[in-house]
Design a protein around this ligand. Sequence first.
Ligand SMILES: Cc1ncc(COP(=O)(O)O)c(C=O)c1O
Length: 361
Amino acid sequence: MTQTFIPQMEPVYGEEEKLALIQYLNEGGWGTEFNKTLEFENKVAKFTNVKYAIATNNGTISLTLSMLSLGLKPGDEVLIPNLTMIATYTSALMIGLKPILVDIDPTNLCINIEEARRKIGKKTKALVYVSLNGRSHDMNMVKDFCIDNNLFLIEDAAQSLGSYNFDKKHLGSFGDFGSLSFSTPKIISTGQGGMILTNDEDLAHKVRKLKNFGRIEGGNDYHDSVGYNFKFTDFQAVIGIEQMKKLPNRIKWKKEMYELYEELLNHKFVEFIHTDLKRTSPWFIDIYISERSKLMKILKTNNYGSRPIYPPISSQPILNLNEKFPVTEKYSNRGLWLPSSSSLTEDDIIALSNCINEWIR
Ligand SMILES: Cc1ncc(COP(=O)(O)O)c(C=O)c1O
């Protein structure tokens, strides 16, 4: 064991964030959602090339608010992939919707569209498309699928800031809504935080009202609809604005990082998912390996963090479904996230890969 512990992920904040926050406080900022949040929203809207970007308190609530704003009602079904973070599932449960789990496509680990088609029933109203680790199908095909089947499309792009479709449009900009997350492990972070993307003015207006107590307009106490408090804070926006300035370099580094790991771990025992780095900025470095727990132990002994990819949602104790999802199970059982923070250096990756290669040998 030589170097200090390298975590699987860590958020990276610098002097710029510190100084910006001090300046904001020195200028008497109130902290609550106001001009800084607007500035952050505008930056994200410009970056993702959507008309409206609306900040929320996290990516889970962004999904729930999207579902609420589309008028989904208790008992309505939404199709979601079985391999995703639990929030994709629970964001629907929160408002009484029924998530229908669908197996994944082995080429990109996103929802299998043909299987989604087979699971559409009378009550199915929406598809939540998770661009897992920044990868996706052709989103124009996904959009057409939803239009043909009378489904709303919500893109859970929590892991996809900096990732694009084949036609160079940003992921999260195809659906009725797209949802981003700025939680701690994301490529940029505001501690917690989410963003709803849309090109529809009416939907944007609905979301803004829902997240602000259903107020007719800001600052008054008249409500012609029910709303809640899912607001962001200017404290977070100040950090987010600085993080957005760092985003282009982070995207470049994440791609180089993925390429380097893939080159160094070029071994029949280690599977990488084919990733088009021209359009994809991988959030984490994910590998698929049969002796995962043994490798995790070796990494831990050598002071490296790692983390198994998500268990299938269907296997979670809250559900424990009997249904089989062979592709999800195949990848979920072998998937491992290697250290992937923006703060990682090339030397770290070389040393870590040497450690894995030695163990394989
Ligand atoms: C695919 C996916 N969806 C939703 C979320 C939830 O986002 P948040 O943690 O901001 O609520 C995450 C967070 O990691 C995620 O990875």
